[in-house]
Ligand binder design. Structure first.
Ligand SMILES: NC(=O)c1ccc[n+]([C@@H]2O[C@H](COP(=O)([O-])OP(=O)(O)OC[C@H]3O[C@@H](n4cnc5c(N)ncnc54)[C@H](OP(=O)(O)O)[C@@H]3O)[C@@H](O)[C@H]2O)c1
Length: 298
């Protein structure tokens, strides 16, 4: 029998990491090692090197990140250490020990004023510290380990951790009315769909369906379709039977420390064409996640 291919997951207590755990039974050909800050701090170069040298993963899924977008404006050193330098440590270890790094990045790197979907290779223009540190991370990864795969994703939510869906579910039940911005346009992403995409790509690589050189590169990944945060909130309330009134407001009426791109739709053709995989529509994915949240609560 063939030995199982090994996947090292970092930041495994986060949204994407937790969804990877949920899916592991569907991918029996892989041996998973889930780590978070306590087991493997990606900002510690030596620890990363030692861990990868000992475990010798075929794949490293980097789900570790500094994701507090507004806090990052003040916490520059920490965001940089995790999102940029830490990503670079993993890339170097991947290169040195023959692993393929799957790294996750963000739509927030794109803020160049384009008003049609961004394609991979479009000039980025990150507007805040979080976005800058993520872009530097992408570059560090691609430089140190050109065989890596970078998934740029957007508006991630899941049944785990803190996210817009869970916050809206709570606030919508507590308050009669919520004011939500309608002039930021993008695509929500159920972390489970992203986790599944990563595993499906690893499966194709592990089984030789796709050549690693062809697979390497940057890919956009979110659920299908388009929404504003206002539409997203309306859909959550509709599906949950929450009667809270949603008032559409402009971003200028809800100032935040970090700038967010008003339009960050990403074209996903490259992902779909390279791997021949389909992506669920965002409302279907949301309904799926809400079902899982309710299941976890019962
Ligand atoms: N959330 C979004 O809306 C969104 C949108 C676009 C892209 N992304 C990207 O998607 C990826 C996954 O996001 P997510 O929402 O799953 O993030 P998340 O829920 O914030 O999870 C990140 C995990 O990494 C851990 N971590 C932090 N510093 C670490 C370190 N030095 N070493 C090891 N682990 C560390 C965190 O621990 P603590 O919680 O203890 O810090 C947390 O468990 C990230 O790369 C993020 O930038 C997210």
């Amino acid at each position: 029998m063939n030995e199982k291919k090994k996947i090292l997951v970092t930041g495994a207590l986060g949204q994407v990491g937790m969804e990877l755990r949920e899916l592991q039974a569907e991918y029996p050909e892989f041996d998973f090692r889930f780590t978070d800050y306590e087991d493997l701090d990606i900002t510690d170069d030596r620890a990363v090197d030692a861990y990868v040298a000992a475990y010798r993963p075929d794949f490293i899924f980097n789900c570790a990140a500094y994701t507090a977008v507004d806090k990052a404006e003040e916490d520059v050193a920490k965001a940089l250490a995790i999102n940029s330098t830490g990503a670079g440590h993993l890339a170097r270890a991947a290169r040195d020990y023959g692993s393929t790094l799957f790294h996750i990045s963000t739509d927030y790197v794109y803020d160049s004023g384009k008003n049609s979907p961004y394609i991979e290779g479009d000039p980025e223009n990150p507007g805040g510290i979080y976005a800058i540190t993520k872009l530097l991370g992408d570059r560090a990864v691609r430089l140190a380990a050109p065989g890596s795969i970078v998934f740029r994703t957007s508006w991630v939510y899941s049944a785990f951790g803190h996210n817009f869906v869970k916050t809206m579910r709570r606030l919508g039940r507590e308050r009669p009315e919520l004011r939500i911005v309608y002039d930021q346009i993008g695509s929500p992403t159920y972390a489970r769909d992203l986790a599944r995409a990563m595993l499906d790509v690893a499966r194709q690589m592990a089984s030789g369906v796709i050549d690693p050189d062809r697979a390497a590169g940057i890919y956009h990944f979110s659920n299908e379709g388009v929404a504003s945060w206002y539409d997203f909130a309306k859909a959550i309330f509709e599906m949950e039977g929450i009667t809270c009134r949603v008032v559409p407001i402009l971003s200028a009426q809800y100032p935040t420390p970090a700038r967010r791109p008003p339009f960050s739709l990403m074209d996903k053709s490259k992902f779909k064409e390279t791997f021949g995989l389909e992506i669920p529509y965002w409302r279907d994915a949301l309904s799926d996640c809400l079902r899982n949240i309710r299941k976890n609560e019962s």
